[in-house]
Design a protein around this ligand. Structure first.
Ligand code: C5P
Length: 250
């Protein structure tokens, strides 16, 4: 896998999602070479979050896979190891490309997640990537200190969560682009950093507290950017997507 832009399809229904993604059919099926991978621009890598998955169920994953999209299933599992392992086995069987857990569940839970995912995905040649959420990009240091009573600097907590994820055999983490360079330094350049909290210059941050532009995320060494409202909330989403790609990938 190489650098890519993942569109967060935070829509309420399959119908709305397909209507949105159909707009991309209008772009010429351009295949772009980037590092050692080729990416089809007309079939963007998409993220399915809780809202869409809980309303539509596994069929939405199958539908998007059949339409040629890579799918990051963002359900952020966080439970006892046995439950997470069995659930990951189910998710692995869907043929997802990327899936995640909360690093806050600890190393044993993350190891169980990986075991379950690999069992579920046994029949697929391309194994899904398993990544861990460090701190949500909507959480800032004051929230961490005052509400969660985690009394270390945010960067230190994030680094430790990333090291735990690597120790558990995960492929990378979801983190703020502000932390990507530090995480690569601590965990190695091949440890993936998947970074939400991305805004095109001039867009509103909304509920995100630690935002960055695609160009700055590239400079920080992020491997993937996850972009929701800066693309889905635009009147010209394809232009916004192309802008994210050219800023992030070049
Ligand atoms: O619209 P916006 O670009 O803020 O969407 C960001 C997406 O990334 C949302 O789907 C959100 O759930 C997800 N996400 C995040 N922060 C994390 C993990 C996932 O914003 N740490």
């Amino acid at each position: 896998m190489g650098k890519d832009v993942i569109i967060a399809c935070d829509f309420a229904s399959a119908e709305e999602t397909i209507r949105f993604l159909d707009k991309f059919n209008k772009i010429r099926s351009e295949v772009v070479r980037c590092d050692d991978i080729t990416v089809s621009v007309s079939r963007p890598f998409v993220k399915i979050g809780m809202e869409l998955f809980y309303s539509e169920g596994p069929q939405i994953v199958r539908t998007l896979k059949e339409r040629g999209h890579k799918v990051f299933l963002d359900l952020k599992l966080h439970d006892i190891p046995n439950t997470v392992k069995k659930t990951m086995q189910v998710l692995g069987a869907y043929g997802v490309d990327m899936v995640n857990v909360h690093a806050g569940g600890g190393i044993e839970m993350m190891k169980a997640a990986k075991e379950g995912l690999m069992l579920g995905a046994a029949r697929f040649a391309d194994k899904p990537k398993l990544i861990a959420v460090t701190q949500l990009t909507s959480t800032d240091e004051a929230t961490m200190h005052n509400e969660l009573l985690i009394d270390v600097p945010l960067a230190e907590a994030v680094r430790q969560y990333a090291l735990n994820a690597r120790a558990a055999g995960l492929d990378g983490v979801v983190c703020s682009a502000h932390e990507a360079a530090d995480i690569h330094m601590a965990c190695g350049m091949d440890f993936l950093t998947v970074t939400p909290g991305i805004r095109l210059a001039g867009d509103s941050a909304g509920d995100q507290k630690r935002v960055m532009t695609p160009a700055d995320a590239r400079d920080q060494g992020a491997d993937y950017i996850v972009v929701g409202r800066s693309i889905t909330g635009e009147s010209k989403p394809i232009d916004a997507y192309q802008r994210c790609r050219s800023e992030f990938i070049g």
